[in-house]
Write a protein that binds this ligand. Structure first.
Ligand code: DON
Length: 327
């Protein structure tokens, strides 16, 4: 019998490693020459990144990784950080309170929309738009700004399985230009959806977006959700099993902003993008697929990362809405 604190090993996933390896290599090969999109330009440090960079990685719930291209190149986590801060705040306030104070519906508007707040009586609706992300940051129970930041960096590190670092250059670039987010933080304060000093929440949110990950890190972060909240490499429980389905539901509803419905229609996996060019999709109980390439479409999602993840999800038949063929 296992001691009570020991975590049962995850069952091997029902997809062969050869099939995963081939899907990753094929997707990288086919999508590396895909054109279209532009680096985010409203954050000066992101505009300068090489647009040709392209990395892909799959991490399975039994801790294996399969990668191709620039999968070990670091990039800014940006909006993908919203997933991990939401998970942390949900752990602390509970899923019901989190749902009431933040929400779980798509806004149908851009990730930094002020109009969306006006339309919904100041409720941010989702932790994955800038407004809801700052509300989630403010909900983290902290003694001061440094304590809030430390906890958020820690949860990102726990999801990745190693200490995550921050880019001081990207933080400075975002701090010098984040006036729109500051306005949103004050609007949330006026509407009663800000639970610490609004400028503290905005600044910690800005820092959490400026941390550096690779596609391999991002795949392991996603695989931690796929495996029910346990990091498959370190075996550490990172969030409660009961909260994982809520986090994945948030990703399914708003993970790719105004393209979230199109993504559900074509791919059928909860996912989250960032303007740094990262994208991660989660196949619950099986694996996560991460991809990175800086050029973005109009909704703010990486063009090559979407194409690569779509190709892998189709090759491995991962869509959550897939049914078994009988004819
Ligand atoms: O707050 C911002 O605008 C950026 N730090 C993050 C936005 C973002 O990544 C949107 N995602 N696609």
């Amino acid at each position: 019998m296992l001691p009570s604190n020991k975590i049962e090993p995850m069952a091997p996933i029902p997809i062969s490693t050869d099939r995963i390896k081939k899907a990753v290599v094929d997707a990288h090969e086919k999508q590396k020459n895909k054109r279209g999109g532009k680096n985010a330009s409203y954050i000066p440090a992101l505009a300068k990144v090489d647009p040709q960079l392209f990395g892909v990685c799959v991490a399975t719930v039994d801790g294996q990784t399969f990668s191709a291209g620039d999968a070990r190149c670091q990039f800014a986590l940006e909006s993908i950080s919203k997933v991990f801060t939401a998970a942390l705040a949900m752990e602390q306030v509970g899923p019901r309170e989190f749902h009431r104070k933040v929400g779980a519906d798509p806004t149908g508007a851009a990730f930094n929309s002020v109009l969306a707040l006006e339309l919904h009586n100041d409720k941010p609706m989702s932790p994955l738009v800038n407004a809801g992300a700052m509300t989630a940051t403010s909900l983290v129970s902290a003694t001061d700004a440094e304590d809030r930041w430390r906890q958020i960096l820690q949860i990102q590190s726990d999801f990745a399985g190693h200490a995550i670092s921050v880019s001081e250059q990207i933080t400075a670039s975002e701090r010098a230009t984040n006036f729109h987010n500051r306005a949103i933080a004050w609007l949330l304060h006026c509407g009663g959806y800000m639970y610490c000093d609004p400028m503290e929440a905005c600044d910690v949110y800005t820092r959490q977006c400026s941390t550096l990950v690779t596609a391999v890190d991002l795949a392991i972060m996603g695989a931690t959700l796929a495996s029910g909240g346990i990091n498959p490499v370190t075996d550490k429980r990172v969030i409660a099993h009961a909260n994982v389905s809520h986090v994945l539901a948030e990703m399914a509803m708003e993970g790719l902003y105004t393209s979230s419905g199109d993504w559900a229609y074509t791919v059928g996996l909860p996912a989250k993008s960032g303007v740094g060019g990262g994208l991660v999709a989660v196949s619950p109980g099986k694996l996560a697929i991460a991809a990175y390439s800086p050029p973005l479409d109009k909704a703010g999602n990486s063009v090559r990362a979407q194409a690569a993840i779509t190709q892998i999800a189709h090759a491995l038949e991962l869509g959550l809405f897939n049914t078994q063929r009988r004819d």
